[in-house]
Design a binder for this molecule. Sequence first.
Ligand SMILES: [Zn+2]
Length: 165
Amino acid sequence: MQPLKYLAGYPPHVLARVHALIEEGRLGAMLNERYGQLHAVRNDAQLYDYVQALKDRHLRKSVPLGKVLYDGKLQVMKHALGTHTSISRVQGDRLKASREIRIATVFRDAPAGFLKMIVVHELAHLKEAEHNKDFYRLCAHIEPDYHQLEFDTRLYLTELEMRAR
Ligand SMILES: [Zn+2]
């Protein structure tokens, strides 16, 4: 069996189920069935609006957004699904922090739920740098289905990679 790099760290019984789905050739169909809905966030300007709207709803008081963009050079796993960069700029006499959010381009064509998941993940990093309990609690507060969506996003990335082979 090939190791499932997007699912590293998940317990063996979960991985066994995923391997079974793959061997039966059912992974893609299962994801399609569950996540047929695409999104209309096609470019960086639309992505900015999408991220800003979610931030306004859930994290109004945290640092302002800097740039928000799709990044085709981002390697999804290397950067734990997305990146969050803290950039300090001098504005007038004050040092002002703003945050840049880059989303891997693979999410532009992904189902709506997966874009939502990755944006929630990156927004939560505005408050919590680490992947700790508070971080995941915040993710689940913003998007109650967060954990399922993250898992299924990993399945989706696994499926994409198999298809490309
Ligand atoms: Zn992260």
